[in-house]
Design a protein around this ligand. Sequence first.
Ligand code: FEO
Length: 400
Amino acid sequence: MHCVQNISSHIYWVGGNDRRLELFENMFPLPGGVCYNSFMIMDEKTALVDTVDQSISRQFMENITEVLGGRNLDYLVINHMEPDHCANIEEMVRRYPSVKIVGNKKTFQMIEQFYNFDFEMNMLEVKEGDVLMLGEHSLKFFFAPMVHWPEVMFTYEMTEKILFSADAFGSFGALSGNIFSDESDFECTFAEEARRYYANIVGKFGQQVQTIMKKLSQWEIKMICPLHGPIWRNNIDYIIGKYDLWSRYEPEKKGVLLVYASMYGNTENVMNVIANSLAKKGVSHMHMYDVSKTHPSYIISDAWKFSHIVFGSPTYNLGLYYGMENVMKDMAALQFQNRKVALVGNGSWAPRAGKAMEEILCSMKNVELICQPFEITSSMKGKQQQLLDEFTARIIESMK
Ligand code: FEO
């Protein structure tokens, strides 16, 4: 049975949800599932904006059939060639052989790379700024390379001022009937997952996000339709503001993220002592994670949120404990930057953790080490209390 909704009088949401998938990109946990958005514009010409993941193809095809109501599909716009959105291109061509696939040069290179069907007769290549007339509606194309892949483009419907924004402004999490962000309490239901999605999927490309946002700033936007998560028709400035902040690597909150690895609880103990001391001195908004317990994507999301980070880790095989190395190297790969950081190193013999963490931090831009690492040998001793007080005092000083 079809499952569609109007987003305006002639534009339909024809996407769907997957609550079974455990890991997005076979990597990121999806406790709340994920949605794949797709949109059909019905005018003198019909145009579908992106398809969906193969996991929900059946639902998607029923949606398309219902909305088209026997009409032909004239255009299939491909904003993004990652297979969670483009898995149904071949099937659309099979069902609607005259459909024109609208994409840029890189889009067609990727169709060729991913799939094995003849699409030469279906190609309609567009350039930056081209306009495609559908009747009352017209689509303008803005290239947004590396938000999140090189072929990405945004499609702007000029009459209703709707932006189809590919992965940008999206979120993890399935939709529960309500497809608009204003129909649920976004802060409670999606805000954390929107940041986790941004930081881990788009986070590396802050500069490119800034570029496309500048490019679009002269165009009025009344609705944003991302490929994942709720659609924005109210309070659009909220999500644009978040993207501006996140893509400039500016923290959302003055507070401390504490991230530790601990084999037998001794490094964990120091982190608890630090958090306790900071709290007693009036620091609010702290969040602590054990890297062995929490998936890195959640930790990285909070790294994007908080102004200060304390990392604590034991030495392992004369280097860094693997879980910690994994999180920190992932952050470096995502071009994480612009934070104040303090370190706790532990080593029972030949301690290396503090140094190893410093080396990874060195590869990140504008990451300031607040003070020398606080070092313990196996476990913290009472005689180190004064040193630890100085350590926490330096953190507090840097928060002023
Ligand atoms: Fe949701 Fe980059 O794909």
